[in-house]
Design a protein around this ligand. Structure first.
Ligand code: FMN
Length: 191
């Protein structure tokens, strides 16, 4: 199987409901390395060399995160700012990520219908993910259809039913794994 690197951007997986389920499911797979970056770098001091090494060894990269303020969590932004450096990820010699597919996998609190013109979140998720898509483009990482789930928040008595949210997280993990398998299949038929 292709080697998959999963960067987990949740700021506290111990307190997570949905990302924890997804990450646990992925951790059962062979050839998947999961880097829980807040546990590795609680002080936000990213080891750039170690992260770049993990990227170099990977065939494909998953960014797994909860959608925060229409974007990625702060620790994941710090990771991107530091690790996707000039000469590594972009620039005349910055071709180290070229050809490694990028899979965005995100859990979103708001319902799907809110993410459209006229909805209370006004923009579509694919629009809000454009900075990540452009990052993939600049770095030469083939962009894959993102794996997205809505209504992934559980607040007792306010939002959703816990068991249903857990079920959605399991279904999300299954879809993500299918995406990885399809990529593997597509690549094996290329050679
Ligand atoms: C700081 C913060 C910002 C959030 N911003 C958004 C947002 O912009 N849009 C949205 O739909 N949900 C938002 N949410 C809800 C999260 O997406 C949701 O809680 C998360 O996906 C659940 O993941 P977890 O169970 O792994 O913690 C936000 C939650 C937090 C804590």
């Amino acid at each position: 199987m292709n080697k998959t690197l999963v960067i987990s951007g949740h700021p506290n997986l111990d307190e997570s409901l949905t990302n924890r389920i997804i990450i646990n499911r992925l951790s059962d797979l062979e050839d998947v390395e999961i880097r829980d970056i807040i546990s590795l770098y609680p002080d936000f001091k990213i080891d750039i060399e170690a992260e770049q090494k993990a990227l170099l060894e990977a065939d494909q990269v998953v960014l797994q995160f909860p959608f925060y303020w229409y974007s990625i969590p702060g620790i994941m932004k710090e990771w991107m700012d530091r690790v996707l450096a000039y000469g590594f990820a972009y620039g005349s010699t910055g071709d180290k990520l070229k050809g490694k597919p990028l899979i965005i996998s995100t859990t979103i609190g708001g319902p799907e219908e809110a993410y459209q013109e006229g909805g209370y979140n006004n923009f579509r998720i694919e629009d809000l993910l454009l900075p990540l898509r452009q990052t993939a483009y600049l770095t030469g990482m083939p962009w894959q259809d993102p794996v997205v789930s809505h209504g992934m928040v559980y607040i007792p008595g306010v939002y959703n039913v816990k068991e249903e949210v857990e079920q959605k997280a399991k279904a999300h993990a299954t879809r993500l794994i299918e995406t990885l398998e399809q990529l593997e299949l597509a690549q094996s038929t290329l050679v």
